[in-house]
Write a protein that binds this ligand. Structure first.
Ligand code: ATP
Ligand code: ATP
Ligand code: CA
Length: 219
C-alpha cells in the first residue's frame, strides 16, 4: 500500500528511514534545515525542502496534516525536536513518530502528544543484547509487558522431522505458531500436521518467558 510520509531531519536515522521507505515504493517528503543534508536525498526522495521545522508556518505551508505519517528525526537540537512535534500535532498531523535522544526528551515528546517515541540507541542496544543471548531468535517484537512475538530458527535435531502437533508447542509452551519459513518460502497459519525441517524459521506468539524457553530448547 502506498502511503505518504514527511520526515523532518535527514541525519543518519531520518536518512536511512527515507531510503527504506522510498525503496519500498512509498511517497516521502524530506525536510532539513541543512542544505547539504537535503542535497543528499534530492534525487531519491519524492520531494525535499530546506526549512527550519521549528518555525510556526513551515509545517503549515507543507500541509503537514495531509501526510499519513510524520517522523520527527531531529536529535541533538532538542528544542527544535520538541517544537516541530508540537507544531505537527497542533496542525492535526495524524501519526507523529518522534526520535528521542534521552529519557527526559522521551518524556517530553510523549507528554506533548507524539503518537510513538523511539530511542534508537537504547532500542538497538537491547536488540543486540537479545541477539547475543538468543542467537536463534531472528526477530523479536514486544507485544505487551507479558507477550511477545519472535522468529525462531529450529536447529535442535530433536525438533526436526516432527509435526507441530507432535511437538506440542501449544500445550507445552503456550505458544501459537503463526507462520513457518521453509527454504525462503513462507507458510502462513501452518497446519498442525506440518512437519518441521532443519533450519525452518517459526514465527511464534505467546508469553515472553515461554518464547525465551522455546528459543533455548530449539537451540
Ligand atoms: P542522527 O543520529 O540521525 O544522525 P542526530 O540525533 O545526531 O541525528 P542531529 O544531527 O542533531 O541529530 O539532527 C538530525 C538532522 O536534523 C540533521 O540533518 C539536522 O540538520 C536536522 N535538523 C536539526 N534541526 C532542524 C530544524 N530545526 N529543522 C529541520 N531540520 C533540522
Ligand atoms: P550513545 O549514542 O550510545 O549514547 P554516542 O554515540 O553519543 O553514544 P559517546 O557518548 O561519545 O557516543 O560514547 C559512548 C560511551 O563511550 C560514553 O559513555 C563514553 O564515556 C564512552 N567513551 C568515549 N570514549 C572512550 C574511551 N576512549 N574509552 C572508553 N570509553 C569511552
Ligand atoms: Ca544521534
Amino acid at each position: 500500500m502506498r502511503q505518504t510520509y514527511a520526515i523532518i531531519g535527514l541525519g543518519r536515522f531520518g536518512g536511512a528511514l527515507l531510503e527504506t521507505l522510498i525503496a519500498n515504493g512509498q511517497d516521502v517528503l524530506g525536510i532539513d534545515i541543512n542544505e547539504e543534508h537535503v542535497n543528499e536525498y534530492r534525487d531519491i526522495a519524492t520531494q525535499v525542502v530546506i526549512a527550519d521545522a521549528q518555525e510556526d508556518d513551515v509545517l503549515r505551508k507543507l500541509d503537514i496534516a495531509s501526510f499519513d505519517h510524520v517522523v520527527i528525526a531531529i536529535g541533538h537540537n532538542m528544542q527544535a525536536s520538541i517544537l516541530a512535534t508540537i507544531n505537527a500535532k497542533d496542525l492535526g498531523a495524524k501519526n507523529v513518530i518522534a526520535k528521542a535522544e534521552n529519557r527526559t526528551h522521551l518524556r517530553v515528546l510523549t507528554k506533548i502528544g507524539a503518537d510513538l517515541v523511539v530511542q534508537p540507541e537504547r532500542e538497538m542496544g537491547e536488540r543486540i543484547g537479545r541477539k547475543l543471548l538468543a542467537p536463534n531468535m531472528l526477530n523479536f517484537i514486544e507485544l505487551s509487558d507479558d507477550y511477545s512475538m519472535a522468529e525462531v530458527q529450529i536447529v535442535n535435531p530433536t525438533f526436526t522431522g516432527k509435526t507441530i502437533s507432535e511437538l506440542n508447542i501449544h500445550k507445552k509452551f503456550g505458544l501459537n505458531v503463526i507462520a513457518v519459513r521453509h527454504e525462503g518460502e513462507v507458510i502462513v497459519a501452518p497446519d498442525s500436521k506440518y512437519k518441521i525441517h532443519h533450519k525452518d524459521i517459526l514465527s511464534v506468539v505467546g508469553p515472553k518467558d515461554m518464547v525465551d524457553d522455546f528459543d533455548q530448547m530449539t537451540n
